[in-house]
Design a protein around this ligand. Structure first.
Ligand code: FES
Length: 218
């Protein structure tokens, strides 16, 4: 299908909000999405948070099929696992089945995707190279989002945005701010992705009184 959009507006060249930084803070935590038909994954590998196409370079299977979770970056089919550079490092039966030396494994590294943070917000882009997130959003909006995300560090009970709340739109992210101090962040699934890749989280200031049973994951 022909894509007539200007190159900079094509989905593969755009940044998409993926998750909060704390979603990727623990070892092996991952969050996935799709841009068009291409699956992407951001993952914590030994403390490094990196992003790749979520597609195994052996036989092109999707590696992580869940929207989020915790587990090594390991293909479910023949068990190849990948390091933080995307290089397959654990290949069961390599001596008999694949016989890949270091150079061969490097050639089969996962395709990198771009990853950027704005405060505690994590964005991904399918294209590894291109304008920075700050360039795409503009310096003023970038600074505002960073400050807001840092000022509302706690997840809490979900709120329904009301019509008179302030609204901020940035990429696929829509933020509603309640007058008395709470943020509702809704990340729409990128074009071509189904709704399980949309995410909503309600954030509160560090000092807000939130009952323990109101704490919940995104
Ligand atoms: S398809 Fe992934 S290891 Fe074979």
């Amino acid at each position: 299908m022909q894509n007539d959009a200007p190159e900079s507006r094509r989905p593969e060249n755009r940044w998409f909000h993926l998750c909060m930084a704390d979603d990727l803070a623990t070892l092996n935590a991952f969050v996935t999405t799709r841009v068009g038909a291409v699956p992407l994954v951001a993952q914590n590998i030994k403390g490094r948070v990196v992003a790749f196409r979520n597609v195994c370079t052996h036989r092109f299977a999707v590696i992580h099929s869940e929207p989020a979770g915790c587990g090594p970056l390991r293909c479910p089919y023949h068990g190849w696992s990948f390091d933080a550079d995307g290089v397959p490092v654990g290949l069961p039966f390599n001596p008999t089945d694949f016989q890949l030396e270091a150079e061969g494994r490097r050639r089969l590294a996962l395709h990198p995707a771009a990853l950027a943070r704005c405060g505690r917000l994590v964005f991904v882009r399918m294209a590894a190279d291109g304008p920075s997130l700050e360039e795409e959003l503009g310096a003023a909006l970038f600074a505002r989002l960073a400050a807001l995300s840092d000022a509302f560090p706690r997840r809490g009970a979900a709120l329904e945005p009301e019509d008179d709340w302030e609204r901020i739109d940035a990429a696929n992210l829509r933020i509603h701010q309640a007058p008395d101090g709470a943020l509702v962040l809704h990340s729409a699934a990128p074009a071509g992705a189904d709704s399980r890749f949309s995410r909503t989280v309600t954030l509160y200031p560090a000092t807000a009184p939130i009952t323990a049973d109101a704490e919940q994951p995104a």
